[in-house]
Design a protein around this ligand. Structure first.
Ligand SMILES: Cc1cc2nc3c(=O)[nH]c(=O)nc-3n(C[C@H](O)[C@H](O)[C@H](O)COP(=O)(O)OP(=O)(O)OC[C@H]3O[C@@H](n4cnc5c(N)ncnc54)[C@H](O)[C@@H]3O)c2cc1C
Length: 430
């Protein structure tokens, strides 16, 4: 049986890995980017990657997870440090604690290289620098793929794992093929940067603390995301706007910590496309920032004035990202978001004293756009028979572990269809 997998990120790699355990499947993994050994981002080492189109941060073997700092939320268990939970509850905040394994960017590359060797040993064929242009179906069943050079590859199953970088392409394919899908919400907000010592009381207990807040004025859902202790704020360059993100290096630490504060936006009617709404706001922030993200001290935002480099220099938090424009976030973001953000920071200050200091730096805009959410069954199969959709590009996952898990589910579903049973960890022919 032949299986074609589109995209060699965590979702695609783990689909191939699980299928490879069978020993007799014909597995082809197609990746538009280069092999792991040929992926480069010189600026990442300096903590200054801009996610530009020429570096290989989101494309290539390993997907978008390779140059991430590899925070792995390893179980869905939600426990909690009692004291922190109590403090958060008193401030009306939900505190979620997940066990996290931190690989560090350098180790992520090593792990992915080893995974590639394992796949090769299992007999998985991998095509690099090869883009899939289209998915072939007969209207009801997947039949294979068409490459950019118009070469057709037939297969019995197609697993689509294109990640966020391939989401636009996949959403066009979804429409063309009649795959059932719906719009996902968008998360819109800022990156908050404070001195390392401010977050230490929390990060000493939990590596990547997650707080969930319902805001007072609008009853909107706001969450903290991707805490980088001793990390850097970085640029993310998109087609028509610039946003920010954050990361930590295992060895090269800064004096600051940063985290995202994101407001969830779901649209119902007359417009459902929350992602496009989010992009429109991101474009407006980029315009007002003269093509760069805006940086503002919290004190300046609260006092209704723009930040300037001289005000920032007088402040005691040194920005880790300097390719930014000091400005006024309230000029660019809707009132509702600014209110949500300010209320959330004030609430967080009860749990993490110092977060609401005047000198706290805010970088706008951070946007987490999720792909169209493809409707799949428990085995990740779409309404088109033998067409599977997994990972971030299918709008089903948002991190490395869940993306990989969806790949494993798809592989197991295919193996079960082919008559394999699990004994207990390896698939065996029934
Ligand atoms: C800066 C950054 C930091 C992050 N940090 C973390 C973290 O610490 N912890 C965490 O859990 N998650 C993190 N993430 C998110 C994580 O990387 C993703 O959730 C995960 O990689 C999704 O896996 P995926 O396989 O679905 O997609 P991806 O990893 O995006 O892989 C998809 C692959 O498909 C390829 N592709 C797309 N379209 C085509 C096509 N048409 N033909 C051929 N190939 C195609 C792409 O080139 C890509 O290599 C981070 C992401 C970024 C950008």
């Amino acid at each position: 049986m032949k299986v074609t997998i589109i995209g060699a990120g965590p979702a695609g790699i783990f689909t191939a890995f699980e299928l490879g355990k069978s020993g007799d499947m014909d597995i082809l993994l197609i990746e538009q980017g280069p092999d792991i050994d040929n992926r480069h981002c010189p600026m990442m080492r300096l903590g200054r990657c801009t996610y530009c189109k020429i570096c290989h941060v989101t494309h290539g073997f390993g997907g978008a997870g390779v140059f991430s700092d590899g925070k792995l939320d390893i179980t869905p268990y939600v426990g909690g440090n009692l004291e922190l939970k109590k403090k958060a509850a008193a401030a009306g905040i939900d505190f979620l604690e997940f066990p996290v394994r931190h690989l560090g960017t350098e180790n992520s590359v090593r792990v992915i290289t080893n995974l590639k060797r394992t796949l090769k040993r299992m007999g998985v064929k991998i095509m690099f620098n090869t883009k899939v242009k289209g998915i072939k179906t007969d209207g009801e069943t997947a039949k294979g793929v068409v490459l950019e050079n118009n070469k057709e590859i037939d297969s019995d199953y197609v697993v689509v794992a294109p990640g966020r970088s391939g989401a636009k392409w996949f959403s066009q394919e979804i429409k063309r093929l009649g795959v059932e899908a719906e719009h996902n919400p968008v998360d819109l907000g800022l990156r908050v940067e404070v001195p390392k010592v401010v977050l230490e009381p929390v990060t000493e207990i939990v590596w990547d603390p997650k707080f969930h807040i319902m805001t007072k004025t609008y009853d909107d859902f706001v969450r903290t995301f991707c805490v980088n202790h001793g990390g850097y704020v970085i640029n993310e360059v998109y087609e028509d706007f610039v946003s920010v993100n954050g990361h930590t290096m295992k060895d090269n630490k800064s004096e600051n910590s940063n985290f995202a504060l994101l407001v969830r936006v779901k649209l119902t009617e007359p417009v459902q496309d929350a992602a496009e709404y989010g992009r429109a706001i991101a474009r407006s922030v980029t315009n007002i920032g003269g093509g760069k993200p805006i940086i503002q001290r919290l004190g300046d935002l609260l006092n209704g004035r723009r930040s300037t480099w001289s005000r920032i220099r007088r402040s005691y938090v040194r920005p880790t990202l300097r390719d930014v424009t000091p400005g006024d976030i309230a000029m660019a973001m809707p009132y509702r978001f600014v209110t949500d953000i300010v209320e959330s920071i004030e609430r967080l200050d009860y749990v993490i004293p110092g977060v609401a200091a005047d000198s706290t730096l805010l970088y706008a805009i951070e946007i987490k756009e999720y792909s169209m959410r493809v409707k799949v069954n428990q085995g990740m199969e779409t309404n088109i028979k033998n067409l599977y959709a997994v990972g971030d590009g299918a709008g089903i996952s948002r991190n490395i572990v869940i993306a990989a898990s969806t790949g494993i589910l798809a592989a197991r579903s295919i193996l079960e269809k082919e008559g394999y049973v699990w004994e207990p960890n390896l698939p065996k022919r029934n």
